[in-house]
Design a protein around this ligand. Structure first.
Ligand SMILES: Cc1ncc(COP(=O)(O)O)c(C=O)c1O
Length: 342
């Protein structure tokens, strides 16, 4: 397809149902001390950890479209289940409270479930119904069974996260909007397009950014750093990410040709496994804190950030590159992982 103008893309986004939840636009900050410390590409940080609601993060932006769609279809209860330190669960419980939707959370009884700390603690403060599952149980299956039970009671539930193609697609659409916001901000700062955007993503955030760049015909490389690999139930392959790109573009009214070979998503920075701090990520987090006064969390954003640091140190990016690190948040998890800093 021929490329779109920014105003055409803005109009397509504006046509979709949306529940306003986030503080937008989030800041786009230059990171001069970090840039100097790494001695390579010029770096900016897009602060989606500052979306506001319930300590912020990328899911607040995503819930605007997911819950806007849910409300337009008469959904009356939302269901989410994941690791006990799920950021999405925290942000969903707050969004549901704000919008007057019932929320069922199905956290895994994993190592960070009890005593409640970080995301698990905060999630419990918004009045969500808590239905924990065993640490090794399938979240997808548990959510489907809960949805079936609620349907049998005459309710109209919607599953979020893994297992809900619709929710993952709408989450991607939100990040097409974020891409537009980002390029407008760079333009207003008199800066050209970035050469790269680095982001912690398993699927939707990366897919949405990719759709934005491709629809606008921008040669901006979207590099997703995955916090998990194929051992995790929620892992999505590059082909599945490409499929989410096609679906998101389609929802916006455009046919986009995108295949797995267009998707750069790396599992190189996972470390031992999902949910376990990794040495490279903890070192990268310390560097960011000491140079820019910005925190990242050990499960998601530090791992994504370590991918950027690693690529600069390996010479995969040069001083001519202009890179945006999109900070997806996750900060409450820090408190649940206090041991890994001592
Ligand atoms: C802090 C943080 N970063 C990144 C992600 C990944 O987002 P997505 O699934 O949209 O790729 C998550 C998902 O839970 C998250 O909590």
């Amino acid at each position: 397809m021929s490329t779109l103008s920014k105003s055409d893309l803005a109009a397509a986004l504006a046509a979709l149902p949306r529940a306003r939840l986030a503080h937008l636009p989030t800041p786009l900050d230059p990171a001069p001390r970090l840039t100097a410390a790494l001695g390579g590409a010029k770096i900016w940080i897009k602060r989606d950890d500052c979306t506001g609601l319930a300590f912020g993060g990328n899911k607040v932006r995503q819930h605007e479209y997911i819950l806007g769609d849910a409300l337009s279809r008469g959904v009356d209860v939302v269901i989410q289940g994941a690791a006990s330190q799920s950021n999405q669960s925290r942000q969903l419980a707050a969004a549901a409270a704000k919008l007057g939707l019932e929320c069922v959370l199905m956290p895994r009884r994993d190592a960070h479930f009890d005593p409640p700390q970080g995301n698990q603690l905060i999630s419990r403060l918004f009045g969500a119904r808590l239905e924990p599952i065993e640490a090794t149980a399938s979240s997808k299956q548990a959510k489907e069974e809960m949805a079936a039970r609620l349907r049998a009671e005459g309710r109209n539930p919607m599953i979020l996260g893994m297992g809900s193609e619709r929710a993952l697609m709408l989450a991607a659409v939100a990040y097409t909007g974020a891409y537009l916001e980002l390029v407008e901000q760079l333009g207003a700062q008199g800066e050209p397009l970035p050469t790269h955007i680095y982001v912690t993503s398993q699927v939707s955030t990366q897919a949405g950014l990719q759709v934005g760049a491709m629809l606008l015909g921008h040669d901006v490389k979207i590099r997703g750093i995955n916090p998990m690999d194929a051992r995790s139930e929620a892992y999505e392959t590059p082909e599945e990410i490409a499929q989410k790109c096609r679906a998101a573009a389609n929802l916006l009214g455009f046919a986009l040709e995108v295949s797995a070979s267009d998707i750069s998503n790396s599992t190189e920075w996972v470390g031992q496994e999902y949910g376990k701090p990794a040495q490279a990520a903890q070192e990268a987090a310390a560097l960011l804190a000491a140079t820019e006064g910005v925190l990242v969390d050990p499960v998601y954003s530090a791992k994504g950030f370590s991918g950027l640091v690693g690529d600069i140190r390996a010479g995969r990016l040069t001083a001519d590159d202009r890179v945006v690190f999109l900070h997806t948040g996750g900060l409450p998890a820090i408190f649940s992982y206090a041991d890994s800093y001592c």
